[in-house]
Design a protein around this ligand. Structure first.
Ligand code: CA2
Length: 147
């Protein structure tokens, strides 16, 4: 099982500001956490982070034929991007959405996710643990689809 973990704009600045919302740990800490989770779950992992919508679309397209499952935190593009929604639909790779913060309890505009309809699950407000849940959900989904 090979997993691609995509993080959107500004998540590379984790731990620098807004620690009350996103926590004090850095983006490097997030990668280390995800690496450990994937090792425990027996998954190979690849990471991609970009501040650019088109680059995220390219990364999703580039997963075709190589990647079994995608974990994506599209960050602000969650609430705006039809292009990312379409890319997830186009590749038909099982995808799980993750948000560190509880977007349902923040500004109204964060309550809408453009990508959720293309995702098999969404984990919201669990901090780094949401990425663990996402990897596990993909593993279960892929195992049940292989039967
Ligand atoms: O809660 C999440 O994971 C979000 O996807 C994070 C996005 C936000 O636009 C979404 O509504 C919810 C923002 C990530 C910004 O990360 C920062 C990191 C350090 C300092 C400031 C922002």
């Amino acid at each position: 099982m090979k997993i691609l973990i995509i993080n959107g704009p500004n998540l590379n600045l984790l731990g620098v500001r807004e620690k009350n919302i996103y926590g004090a740990k850095s983006y490097e800490d997030l990668l280390a956490f995800c690496r450990a989770v994937c090792e425990e779950e027996g998954a190979e992992v690849e990471f991609f982070q970009s501040n650019h919508e088109g680059a995220i679309v390219d990364a999703i397209q580039g997963a075709l034929g190589r990647i079994d499952g995608i974990v994506i935190n599209p960050a602000a593009y969650t609430h705006t991007s039809v292009a990312i929604l379409d890319a997830i639909k186009a590749v038909s790779i099982p995808t799980v959405e993750v948000h560190l913060s509880d977007v349902s309890k923040r500004e109204d505009f964060r309550r809408v996710s453009y990508v959720a309809p293309a995702c098999i699950r969404s984990f919201i407000g669990l901090g780094f643990e949401g990425y663990r849940e996402a990897v596990r959900a993909l593993k279960e989904h892929l195992a049940s689809n292989a039967r």
